[in-house]
Design a protein around this ligand. Structure first.
Ligand SMILES: *Cc1c(COP(=O)(O)O)cnc(C)c1O
Length: 412
């Protein structure tokens, strides 16, 4: 039943959001910033000239969206998001398409994931298609920031924060939805002359800190899922590892299970006695972020002929629990061929070494972890054949050189 006093509590908000989105206002920046040459900045530092902003409050519902000059937001210091972390976000990229126009990759999936995050965070719903239309207009407006070089892109960060101005604990019925854009190169800078395939990172498998747990919120892009990882990340870096391999003992007798690598989904490739390969990635049980790159990679691996360089390789894909002990066993047996991480920021990155700490040895000693074993896939540094095939095809799809499933969306 629709309660007129609370328009956002019934079916109205989508119609209202669509109506408001059609009134998009554009206020152009008076002076445009210089666009720095690609390769001179690191991930996320440089912001483009404009941002998209809209707000929600219970009396007025959604405001008309505005594209306006990039700049600070003014929010009340008691805002729900500043006190209780009602912050959700998305990460998507626009690449230069063959027609010279920016092109997004499966952006509907990002909108759907943002919707699901908003629902779980008790933030107001929005219309996914109408928001995407506003985002494509913002990206088209910022296209002078998009380098033409392959592997470069505009990283787009839709964000929603709860702005109810009270320190009372509870859901935020006020929100700000905004989208900012930043030009990015390949996530891991590649030395001159080296192929992007040469990228790889090392991981420290950590069990005394967990990223997510059954019934928790690890399956959503919530800001609060990331900050508790900073201390373990710093500890891993001190021990000479690039990222954390997050483990979780779900108490089912299998010991510590692999969940994710840093903020990427994780996959391992095992070779069977018959030479066939099995790609294993943990299942979407609520503790794993349902990555769009993960889904795309699995879809390509499962579609006969979709990855030409693997056409003569027999590959099975398994979404199942992956005990970290299985990595060491396979390493010892010589059957661990590849490990890689996938995500929008990195595309696909090789994992050349996984440090496995003595499990729970650090208990009572804070972050003192003793690495007892280093596991390395036999593919060594850089991407192995499976990771490489995925890297190539995903980048071809993102840059519009290949077509699959209507995944590319041109911004105009
Ligand atoms: C965003 C994210 C990923 C990757 O998701 P994509 O949709 O592929 O970018 C994986 N793990 C975590 C924890 C993430 O935040």
């Amino acid at each position: 039943m629709c309660v007129p006093a609370l328009p956002h509590a019934c079916m109205l908000p989508h119609a209202e959001f669509i109506a408001k989105a059609s009134q998009l206002k554009i206020q152009l920046a008076e002076t445009l910033k210089p666009v720095p040459p690609p390769g001179t900045y690191t991930f996320g530092d440089i912001k483009t000239d404009h941002m998209l902003v809209m707000s929600f409050d219970p009396a007025n519902g959604w405001s008309a969206p505005e594209i306006k000059p990039y700049g600070p937001l003014a929010i009340d210091p008691s805002s729900n998001c500043l006190q209780y972390a009602t912050n959700i976000f998305e990460g998507m990229k626009a690449f230069m398409g063959p027609s010279g126009k920016p092109q997004l990759f499966r952006p509907q999936a990002n909108m759907a994931r943002l919707s699901s995050s908003a629902a779980r965070m008790a933030l107001p719903p929005f219309d996914e298609d109408a928001l995407l239309t506003c985002i494509t207009k913002l990206v088209a407006l910022e296209s002078r920031w998009l380098p033409a070089e392959s592997g470069h892109s505009l990283y787009i960060r839709p964000t929603m924060i709860g702005t109810k101005p009270t320190i009372k604990v509870g859901a935020s019925d006020h929100a700000l939805l905004y989208v900012i854009v930043t030009p990015v190169g390949p996530y891991f800078p590649t030395p001159p002359g080296e192929s992007l395939h040469a990228q790889s990172v090392s991981l420290l498998a950590v069990s005394e800190h967990v990223r997510s747990w059954p019934g928790g919120t690890g399956g959503y892009k919530f800001g609060l899922n990331y900050s508790p990882g900073f201390v373990p990340q710093q500890a891993a870096a001190k021990l000479g590892y690039d990222q954390v391999l997050w483990l979780l003992d779900a108490g089912q007798g299998a010991g510590d299970l692999v969940t994710e690598a840093g903020a990427m989904n994780f996959a391992a490739v095992f070779e069977g006695a018959d030479g066939a390969l099995t790609v294993v990635t943990p299942p979407l049980d609520g503790t794993i972020l349902p990555g769009i790159t993960r889904d795309s990679a699995l879809t390509l691996l499962r579609t006969p002929g979709a990855l030409p360089s693997l056409s003569s390789t027999r590959i099975t894909v398994e979404e199942r629990v992956l005990p970290v002990a299985e990595l060491s066993t396979a390493h010892a047996a010589g059957t661990l061929r590849e490990c890689f991480g996938v995500g929008t920021a990195v595309n696909v990155v090789g994992i050349d070494r996984i440090g496995i700490a003595s499990l729970r040895a650090g208990e009572g000693e804070g972050l003192k972890v003793k690495v007892v074993e280093d596991v390395s896939p036999s593919s060594g540094k850089g991407l192995g054949p499976v990771g490489r095939a995925l890297w190539d095809m995903l980048l071809d799809l993102k840059e519009g050189r290949s077509e699959f499933g209507g995944w590319g969306v041109v911004c105009e």
